[in-house]
Ligand binder design. Structure first.
Ligand code: AFP
Length: 337
């Protein structure tokens, strides 16, 4: 019987043979993966574990927190505090950064996460996930919120876990994208989809079409053409999927291609889109580019954006290269008048 590679074996290989990751980063990724295993356990208990429903509080974005948002956040903070690899953490659920307490040794990395993406899916038993991004701190022991404000191109690792029909962990350290499935009996992550690649062309798109009346002209133009299918200028039928958890929509795109969009719209011009740059768009853009896809905010590459704040929002167009280039081109046409 062919033995499959575990996450630990994969990471040790990357460290020893390929020299693509240092030992500290390997340990950090293992701790994050272990925390995702613990979150998966709580998610799978559902009503039996008393984890469904609202926590009765709001996060920094003014969104109502679910019990599982709070539990997942605590699991990630606790698991990563004492390892000695981190200088600080930042989370969707925390207004301020979380420096490593002085009781523990500090390391050189910064960890950012959305502990539970797709919270509206929790209580209806639809897939949800954890998204994470790792940067190096340029400031050592003097790490502040400012130390986090680096463009996504500086990420040294990024990934997500999905708690769905299977629990999977998808990871990049800048050397391709690999997917590991949680073997619950063995308690280990097993490499099941090595070297994920996104096809350049696709006939599938993801957007919350209920916002159509608020879109700007380039998005309306692009979607109108997709909806027109064979009878329109594209002369091809397109299908639509929307899971309302970016992590799961992006996973589908990594598995079989597609384009995911969460554009800025006319409702609140001060908000460039809904999704968060540093712990949602950046890690996903890193993964998508590593798998041969593209990710822009309509005008520029997401990984090139210089963040101004940890919780800032960004418009997102990502996935199959030719479709992302097309919709980005429509923004350029529109800007050119
Ligand atoms: P929550 O985690 O707060 O539910 O938000 C999920 C999310 O940010 C992203 O994962 C989805 O793609 C998007 O929101 C769904 O937004 P809609 O409510 O517009 O469908």
């Amino acid at each position: 019987m062919q033995r499959r590679k575990t996450l630990t074996q994969y990471l040790i290989e990357q460290q020893r043979e390929n020299n693509t990751i240092p030992a500290d980063l390997r340990l950090l990724i293992e701790v994050v993966a272990r925390a995702c295993k613990a979150i998966s356990y709580h998610v799978s208990k559902g009503a039996l574990g008393g984890v469904l429903g609202s926590a009765g509080s709001e996060n920094v974005q003014g969104e109502v927190q679910k019990k599982l948002d709070v539990i997942s956040n605590e699991i990630l903070l606790e698991a990563n505090e004492w390892g000695g690899n981190l200088a600080a953490m930042a989370s969707e659920e925390l207004e301020e950064i979380h420096p490593i307490p002085s009781t523990y040794p500090k390391g050189e990395y910064l960890l950012l996460f959305d502990p539970l993406d797709g919270s509206s899916n929790i209580d209806v038993n639809v897939s949800i996930g954890t998204i994470f991004s790792v940067l190096r701190s340029p400031d050592g022991a003097d790490t502040t919120a400012q130390s986090f404000l680096q463009p996504g191109s500086k990420q040294v690792a990024a990934g997500y876990a999905i708690y769905g029909p299977q629990t999977v962990l998808v990871l990049t350290t800048g050397n391709g994208v690999n997917c590991f499935t949680l073997d619950r009996e063995m308690g280990s992550w097993v490499l099941t989809q090595p070297d994920m690649r996104i096809p350049e062309d696709t006939a599938e798109y993801a957007i919350n079409a209920s916002n159509a009346r608020h879109w700007y002209p380039p998005v309306t133009r692009y979607i109108d053409e997709l909806v027109a299918g064979k009878d329109g200028p594209r002369q091809k039928n397109f299908n639509m999927r929307w899971i309302a958890a970016m992590v799961t929509d992006v996973h589908r795109i990594l598995c079989r291609g597609g384009i995911f969009m969460y554009p800025a719209d006319k409702r609140d011009p001060s908000k460039p889109g809904k999704l968060r740059l540093m712990y949602e768009a950046n890690p996903m853009a890193f993964l998508v580019e590593q798998a041969g896809g593209k990710a822009t905010n309509g005008t520029e590459r997401i990984l090139d954006i210089q963040p101004q704040q940890i919780h800032e929002r960004v418009a997102v167009f990502l996935g199959s290269k030719n479709e992302v280039e097309r919709v980005t081109g429509y923004h350029a046409d529109s800007n050119a008048g």
